[in-house]
Every structure is written in structure tokens, then in C-alpha cells.
Design a protein around this ligand. Sequence first.
Ligand code: LLP
Length: 412
Amino acid sequence: MFLTQPLAAAVRERFGTPCYVYDRASLEAAARQALAFPNAFGFTLRYAMKANPNHAILKLFHALGLHIDASSDHEVERALRAGFEPGKIQLTSQAPSKNLKAHIERGVLYNACSLTQLENFGKLFPGRELSVRINPGLGSGSTNRTNVGGPGSSFGIWHEHLENVRALAARHGVKVTRMHSHIGSGTDPVVWKRVARMSLGIAGQLPDVRVLNLGGGFKIARVPADKATDLLDVGEHVRQEFTDFKQRTGRALHLEIEPGTALVANAGCIVASVIDVVDTGKDGYLFAKLDTGMNEVTRPSLYGAQHPIDVLATDERGSAKVVFVGPCCESGDILTPAPGDPEALAPRDVPRPHIGDLVVLGGAGAYCAAMSTINYNSYPQAPEVMHDPDGTLRLVRKRQTFEQVLANETSE
Ligand code: LLP
């Protein structure tokens, strides 16, 4: 972890706990690694900004030349405000856009994720070009909740409906020049490679497609037991597939990928404090209650996801097996569930925690600040801080005030 004990203590001193901290050097390193993804005929790296839409991260990735995968009208707006040129933003949304006309007139790219979305676009913009998101018939995720391919998923246009895609496109005179498939998060790399081939097969049946976006989903290692996807290995495989496709069809496709997790997850952590220590007797458990939990990180209680947790003890003390929990009145506010099983407790071996100890929860750059139960039990939203390469800690989002928690309530 990039946060040393003195740095974590400085975070607590200046910003209080709980507090998200992002490391700029780690963000840059992850972006540069993904920018080196092998490709045969050109490459674009989109950042799936749903993973972490903080403007400081968006600005950094903009400066490094990344493009954007936006998942809602609001994310499009957020990316524009962070300085992204409209042509670098592609909207891929479960919800039909309420702002489609304005987006397209500005130059934002559109990826139709259903036949309805394709039709909406065609009615507004006959003659224009767009992308379609295809469900290739197979998916893979770290759990079923993060799998978005195959017959059990509502994401994208089912691969057997290509005839409808072609008919709708013809009816409105629109051209499908880009195709997209994203099959899940924490995807098995073997399945990812297989789907790359299946997607090329589908692109072969859409003759105007020049760009193929294979989505994100690359596994990263948050804890030692995790095995990260080797980007160079899957990239080399895809490069070969694109080369073979060109030989078969004469079509040289431009490749896009759009990771979220791989770009930000291990560049972030949460600095927290131990607020209480309780136990349930000799056959029970020892619990450390932290001032962070599902209000800042829902992944453990949603997926049984594993995040590293370090107790930063400055004195000598024995270790203990500890279940870490958050401060919410909710038995599911658990930070150390069993892997893949949010309902089972899995104690961790750590220095025996004391009230007041500093604790750092790692792997928290992706889908933590972006995806938490903000204001449950009326706890204010935690602040976000950027750790710059010169050692500076820069506040990039303030802690919400109690007045802001109440701000939208009316007097009626
Ligand atoms: N592209 C599309 C269309 C997506 O829906 C997603 C993620 C990505 C790219 C990026 O996937 P990634 O590289 O981050 O795996 N909340 C879950 C993951 C669900 C993400 C939803 N879409 C988590 O905490 O792991």
C-alpha cells in the first residue's frame, strides 16, 4: 500500500476519518500500463468513469490521453466539465438517454444498448453513425452480480437479434460503424479471450463496423490470494485475432478497451479509525468496529469482495483474529466477509486492535466512493484526497456537512 503510517496519521490529522486517499503516481502507472495494450490496427483506451468519477482523476486521465466510457447522461456532463472533448466520450447506458439530441449535436458518441435505443437514435439522426452494444451470449464476472453477458443479462442487444439491428439501421438510414461488448467485471481471462473471438465473429456480420470495443472487466489483485489478468497476454491474443480477422475479411478493425477497476482500484484506500472493540465470548468472534463501512465501501457486503485491511499499530503487541465491521446499524455492514460469500464472517490475522488505532483499507479506488450507501444512518459523505508525487495531500472533495445532508428536505 502506498500509505505509510506517518502519511495515514497526517491524513487523519488534516481531514479526519473516514477519508479516501488516491495516489497519483499509482493512477498514472496503471494508465500507462493499459495504454501499452497490444493492438494490430490502432487502439483507444476509454476509462469507465463509473469506477470513480472524481474530477481530479478525470483530469489526470484526460491529460494522459484517455477517452471516456460514460454510463449515464450525468456522467457525460461530468466528463465534459472535467475537460473531455465530446468526441472522446461514448455513452453506454442501461437507460435510454433523456438528452440524446444535445449529446449527439455536441459530438458525443453513442452506443445503443437495446433495439429501443437504436430506434431512438435513428429517429433523431437519420444518416448518422453509431455503435451498438451486443450481448455475445457469454459472460463472466467475479460473482453473478458482476456478470453482464449471456442469457441471464439484460445488457446489450442479444447476439441473435442482428437481423433486427440491420433492419432498424436500414429503416432510418443509420450506419453501425462501431460495435461494443462488455461481459462483466472480474472476468476470467480465458472467457475474455474467447469472447473477443466471438465478438469478431459478430462484427463480421455487421459490414460497416470499423471499431470494436471489447469492454473492461480485467481482474486485479487487491489481496495476495487474487490473481490479476495479464494485460499483455490478453492483448497479444486479441492482436492476433484482429490480424487473422483482417486476413479473412480484408477489414482492419480499430480496437478499444474500457477498464474501470484496473485503472483505479489499487490506487485508492480508505483511512479509518477503530471506534470500538467487542467480542462474543470464547466460541464467538472478536470484532473491531471502524468508522468506515458500507457508507464508503459496499463491495464486501454486496459481493463478499476482499479488501486488504491494515491495523497501523505503532507499538509492539500480539496478533488476533478479527472481524472488521462498519458503524451502520445493519448486520451486513461487514468488511471481512468470506470470499464470495457476503453472509459469512472471515476473521483476519492482524495486530490486536485498540480503540483509536489507525486502519487502512486498500483496493478502494474503484466502486467505493462511487458506489456506497451515502447518508445511511445520516453519516455525512466522506472526503477524497489526492496524494501527489511530491508527497502533498490535496483535498479533491470536501467532507459533506450535516447541513448538506439535510439540504434537499423541504419544510412541508
Ligand atoms: N464498460 C462497461 C459498459 C461497464 O458496464 C463496466 C462496468 C466497465 C466497462 C468497467 O468494468 P471494470 O473494468 O471496472 O470491471 N461494481 C462492481 C463492478 C460492476 C461494474 C459495472 N460496469 C465492482 O465493484 O467490482
